[in-house]
Design a protein around this ligand. Structure first.
Ligand SMILES: Cc1ncc(COP(=O)(O)O)c(C=O)c1O
Length: 404
């Protein structure tokens, strides 16, 4: 016999004017991560037209490497996959420490490696452990939007350092000195090399100079190394070699092609370790267990992962040739990552509207610069070339036709 059905009750809503409206906290009123909104619009267009080329999101179009998938299958068959230690499973922490030895010649104790829920989890932990409400933390603008939005959500004030082509969109000691002179002491600096959205890098000397200034001025350096491994000339310099008080944030999302596995790591200074551990226990309990067991194999998958980087290099070369022909000829110098950041002031003064039109009229999803730079981003857009080379070629052709 079928179970008895119940009439659905309406979700209760108060229409009584005497009931006090409950507030939404100011901390919760952060800006949207606009690229996620563009992804939603692209999915709607995909459903209605089926022709979308995804150049909006910084996400490899490849799955996790074969070795990781095999390790995941083994873990599914043989493990309980319950909570793990809050700082991560010891074999993964040891594998990450070995990676620093092999790739950078750095001897970091595995105790200083903390496994996190993506680098996004690493930002939450490091910002809470290192900064107090009311502190001020600097970063280059344009930059990755979640830095300033997460800081705002934990009542820390982001200090945007306008950066342009003269400094390869990277912060400098002169900018930090000016910011401290003009608006007061900084508690932190966030750097990313290669950076999102520009793909530009700090040289080893520039990074060392920033690190030295931070350590003599009592500024905590947070270094986002998520695009290490995806470079097209020089190898990205390791922050941990230059400042042992810096927090290094990294992830399996990009080079390791594992965005949805939600796994990252940090290199944490001794003095912050216990705070990070207690925060991690309370906020996350542990990073995802299956992803951790699988990721131990990631460091043995270099060949497959470097083939992905070769594809990004081919995509980059293709777009660097084709986009200027289509009219996007003012590009930031892309040393690494998989982005091209274009000044489109000659085409629009409203990058959000421009990206909407590009999607509606060509089926190409790209991201408006306002996501990365609230002040100047109305005249910039970001192309992500993490997808397939055939998609890049098709996108370049459609854009060229569209702008003619
Ligand atoms: C510079 C930068 N840092 C961090 C992240 C967050 O990555 P995840 O949380 O997947 O590690 C991204 C994602 O696009 C990014 O571009």
């Amino acid at each position: 016999m079928p179970p008895p059905t119940r009439a659905a009750t309406a979700w209760p809503r108060s229409s009584n004017p005497d009931v006090m409206a409950l507030k939404t906290a100011k901390r919760g009123a952060v800006a949207p991560f606009i690229v996620m909104d563009v992804m939603r619009a692209a999915a709607e267009r995909e459903a209605s037209h089926g022709d979308v080329l995804h150049l909006e999101v910084g996400q490899p179009s490849t799955p996790a490497p074969r070795g990781v998938l095999e390790a995941a299958h083994r873990a599914l068959d043989g493990q309980v996959l319950g909570y793990t230690l809050a700082l991560g499973i010891p074999p993964l922490r040891a594998a990450i420490a070995a990676h620093y030895r092999q790739s950078y010649g750095l001897n970091l104790p595995a105790d200083r490696i903390v496994v996190t829920t993506g680098s996004s989890g690493g930002f939450i932990l490091s910002f809470l452990a290192a900064f107090d409400a009311g502190d001020r933390v600097a970063m280059a603008s344009p930059g990755y939007p979640a830095y300033r939005n997460i800081l705002q959500a934990v009542d820390v004030e982001p200090v945007l350092l306008p950066a342009g082509p003269d400094t390869r969109y990277q912060p400098t000691v002169a900018m930090l000195e000016a910011a401290q002179r003009e608006t007061g002491r900084l508690a932190g600096l966030i750097v990313a090399s290669p950076a999102n959205p520009t793909g530009t890098m700090l040289s080893a000397d520039e990074l060392a100079e920033l690190a030295a200034y931070c350590s003599t001025s009592g500024i905590r350096l947070i270094s986002d190394e998520i695009y290490h491994g995806i470079t097209y000339g020089s190898v990205a310099a390791a922050t941990a070699a230059r400042d042992d008080q810096a927090v290094v944030v990294n992830s399996f999302s990009k080079y390791y092609s594992m965005t949805g596995w939600r796994l990252g790591w940090m290199v944490v200074p001794e003095s912050l370790l216990r705070a990070v551990e207690c925060l991690a226990q309370n906020l996350f309990i542990s990073p995802p267990s299956l992803s951790q067991h699988a990721a131990v194999a990631a460091f043995g998958c270099g060949e497959e992962l470097d083939a992905n980087v070769a594809r990004y290099a081919a995509n980059r070369a293709l777009l660097l040739e084709a986009l200027p022909r289509a009219g996007f000829d003012r590009l930031a110098p892309p040393d690494g990552a998989f982005y091209l950041y274009a000044d489109v002031a000659h085409l629009t003064n409203d990058s959000r509207d421009f990206c909407k039109r590009v999607l509606a009229e060509t089926g190409i999803a790209i991201t408006p610069g306002v996501d990365f730079d609230p002040d100047q981003g109305h005249r910039t857009v970001r192309f992500s070339y993490a997808g397939s080379t055939s998609d890049m070629a098709e996108a370049a052709g459609r854009l060229e036709k569209w702008l003619k």
